[in-house]
Structure formats: C-alpha cells, structure tokens
Design a protein around this ligand. Sequence first.
Ligand code: MLT
Length: 413
Amino acid sequence: MTVKINENYLLLKSNYIFAEINQRVEKYSKENPEAHVIRMGIGDVTRPLPQAVESEFIKAVQEMGQPETFHGYGPEQGYDFLINQIIEKDYKPRGIELERSEVFVSDGAKCDTGNIQEIFSLDNIVAVTDPVYPVYVDSNVMAGRTGPMGDNGRYQKLVYLPCTEENSFVPELPQEKVDLIYLCFPNNPTGTTLTTAQLKEWVDYAQDNNSIILFDAAYESYITEDDIPHSIYELEGAREVAVEFRSFSKNAGFTGTRCAFTIVPEELEGYDAQGKAFKLNSLWNRRQTTKFNGVSYPVQVAAQAVYSSEGQREIKENVDYYMNNATIILKSLKDVGLRVYGGVNSPYIWIKTPKNMDSWQFFDLLLNKSHLVGTPGVGFGPSGEGYFRLTAFNTLENTREAMKRITSLQEEI
Ligand code: MLT
C-alpha cells in the first residue's frame, strides 16, 4: 500500500446533490415504470440552441473539416472575436470598460468557480452564503481549506452567511474578517437578488477588509426588475475587489455545449507571506494556460452568434419562455397556500416546505404522490433545511402538468 489519497475528499458529503437525486429518481422510475416523472430538480435547460447559434456552429464545424480553415489549439484565454463581443455587448452598454486581457473564456462557470480557489492560499478564511451552490463549498473542501463538517452540517473553518425568510434571503455582512466571499446573484438556489445598494455594502466590506468577492452572475439574464445590478462592476470600486463569472448555459442553452467566461480585473491583487502584492489576473492566466487548452473553436463561434441581433432576439424569447413558467409556478404554489420566493429575477423558485416537513420528506411526498422531482433545500446547506427548490426550465406543458399535480395535493400540503 503506497498510494495515498487526498483525504480531504473523505470530508465531502458522499454524493453531489444532483447525483444523489438522480439515483433516487432512477430507482423510483425503475420500480414505477408507468409513472410520468417530471423533473424540476437540476437547473438544466430544455429549449434547444437558438437557430442563429446552430447555423454558425455547423459552419464552424465544417471549417474544421477543411485544410484551409482548420483550427488547432486556440488561445487558452479565448478567441478575440468572442472576447470583443463580450466586452462590447455585455459590459460596455452598462458603462463598464474591460480590457481583452481581463476576459477568460472557459467551458463553464461551474469549472471556473470550482477552480478559482487554487490561486489562493489555504490559510484564507472563506465565507459562503447558506444555502449555497455546492461547488463553492466542495471545491474548498477538496483543497483542504474547510476542516471537517461539524454536527450542525457546517464545515468548521468556513464562515456561513445564512439566507432565510427571517432576513429576506439577504446575507448579513460577516462579524469577523473574511478573505474570500462567494456571492451568487440572482441567487442559486433561492432565486432572490440584491439591490444595487445591498451589493454596494459587500463591495465596501471587501474594500475595507482587503477581501476578494467571487461573484457568480450566471443568472443575470433573468433579471426583470430595475435596480438589480447585472454585473458587480456596475458598482464603484468593484474592479479592485471582485472576480465575476458568467455563462452561456442558462441564457443561450449551452449547458451541453459548454461555454462561459470569467472576468479578472487587472487591479485585483493578492499577497504572498511577505506581504508582496501579485496580480490575480496573472495567476489565473498562469493557471489556465497550464491546465486548460481553451474552448473549442466551433463552440466559441457558436457563442459569438449569441450576440448577433437574431441571437439576441432568440435568447430573449427563451428567457421569456422560462420566466413565463416561473410566473405560473409562483401563482400556482401561492394559490395552494405555500410560501414561495424567487421566480421574478431568476428561473428558481424557493419554497418553504409545508407542515414542518423537512426538505427530503417534501421531496419524497412530491415524488411518490405527484411524480415530481425538485431539489431538497438542505442539499444546498444547513440553512436550506425546510426549503425546496423548483426550476422553471422545463417545458410549458410539463410545468402546467406539474402545477396541476401539486394543486391536487392541496390536502397534504
Ligand atoms: C443547479 O441546478 O443548481 C444547476 O445545475 C447548477 C449548475 O449550473 O451547475
């Protein structure tokens, strides 16, 4: 016996939440083959790629088949044709100026939010909202930054910022100094948001405490209300304290195609043990050029097509389609007397479980009685206990059918 494992992995909960749900649903479906199970658990889209994206994607694949237009390795950071569109169309209209060197195209916000912790020391104190997208926590557990999980379901060295009905899902600033802060708004899983003034408090906190905010904005295209920032860089001072993660998954249907990007401003700095400053941009660039060979050429061409006028029209239609589902879900659940949140600036609806059921009891009730799959809130952290998440990403037909089934459960909820 010579090969030793990374024992930090033993500190993880046995299964990634969505893998656990899949196992349970597969078992149920095998035992109940006649049941038409509707999945509103994992946040995966159902609408196909926009036509404008599909046609450019095909053309780019054909280019790859011809000697004159073939592409081998591309720049690890992404092709300029896509980076320029990101800067011009996503950021400039909001008054944000970015350099090309600050944009890193990647294969997903999940990968980037999971990998970013590598460029930071293991000594940093990490804060996460609770509930939280599990990737932020698990990637820090794997790295050895968290210590073991206590009986309260919390990793001992992480700082948890509870987001519950009591604080309207707005995290309070930490009492102690923290170094790294993961924020995701519009939030996964609660579907709630921060106003400009509320997010400004975090930017100010980070400025005052020399902290770095890791801001996940994967759901920004679902914002419908005014006064909700689409990018953290809309706030003054954020360039000095925040990394931002964006994705084509949820707005343009790239969950299976894979393309995203991360902004690391040149101003961002971290320090070595002697207190010497280093640019986070250079560290991330070093990390990416070593461990990543870039997103494939056809996929980046496909992502560029998202920014064409046709692409923009189509992705808006898709987002509107899902938000119509969200409206139907919110109304139906309110009509049966459930307390529900999110769903206005987000494709996620966060439900307070009825009758003091815990999250998994409610999961079992919906699966067994309604053949409906959602995500137990406790899977996102201890403060998610007693909550449950549904997504608006299914088809309109399935969403309507699912709500009919929940309505007929009225007696039990
Ligand atoms: C979720 O359901 O929370 C999503 O699948 C998250 C993700 O995009 O990985």
